[in-house]
Design a protein around this ligand. Sequence first.
Ligand code: 13P
Length: 348
Amino acid sequence: MDTDFGNREIKNRITQIKHELGNELVILTHHFQRKDIVDLGDHRGDSFGLARRAARDEKAKYILFCGVHFMAESAAILANENQIVQIPDTGAGCWLAEMGEAGKIETAWQEAAALLGEGAMMPVAYINSNAAVKAMCGRHGGTVCTAANAARAFEWAFAQRGKIFFFPDEYLGRNTALGMDIPESSILVWDPSLPLGGNTKADVQKAKVILWNGHCQVHTRFTPDQIMNIRKTAPDARVVVHPECSHEVTALADASGSTSFIARYVAEAPADATIAIGTEINLITRLAAEYPDKRILPLYDAFCPHMHQINLRNLLHTLENIGKANVVTVENRIKKEASIGLENMLNL
Ligand code: 13P
């Protein structure tokens, strides 16, 4: 009861500050945020939609990003000089992004380039990476991508160079490559702890797609067994999953796509449809509440603690210190190089 009352007070105060700031403020919320936060935002979306929204916003002086750090950092890279990007908790990280360390990726790139020649590969960086990784990608002429445009990024890359070096998400990379009919035998995984990523020279020369061996610890919780069980208990169910899931999972699903794709898939399904979803639980719970005429089931209760670090209290604290607290900054050189990759993505 006390908590409910406290939360109501906080929400009222947040609404009041939003009203006072008017067009000077925009609050962007990722689909994995809890309902309280999404309800207070101005725009919700997937990583691509929010990056584009941040890049195109000309009115807002303050961009308050409710998501994880790499998302707010991408907004800070794309924002214009007069805009200030803030995140309610600067410690809201991403396990997957942490698996791709810029220095190690650059070393691997150099090792492969020494064998193949610099111009043989195109770097493609998943947006779930830190600014230094995006800068490395931009420096070598590549593009950033999200789950919403990975296939387009791969097409763009192949139109210019014969091979792709994709980091840090092995599973999104494999799902994208297989979806473009690139055979498994032309896809190689790079383990940074081993010379040549654990591959032979011949393997690296033959590969079309080289994948960094990072994974999302939320989406790797989904398994083929969960889908097989749903198919038994609810034979009419459609199954939709995020492409950060393993290929064994996406191959059994009816569809896979970004968080906005999943939201659209549910919106467009007929009333009475049963839809089992493989992604972070906050999005699934919200979709279930928004579409009471449809049966929405989680394949598994996969929760992202990093997304959950954003709460009403730190959102209010950031708003009360607008322009000052939890500001996301990126060093100029990194910003310049990373913006090449992000702008390439926006122009795909
Ligand atoms: P989307 O780009 O599909 O929103 O995914 C973001 C993410 O971090 C998934 O783990």
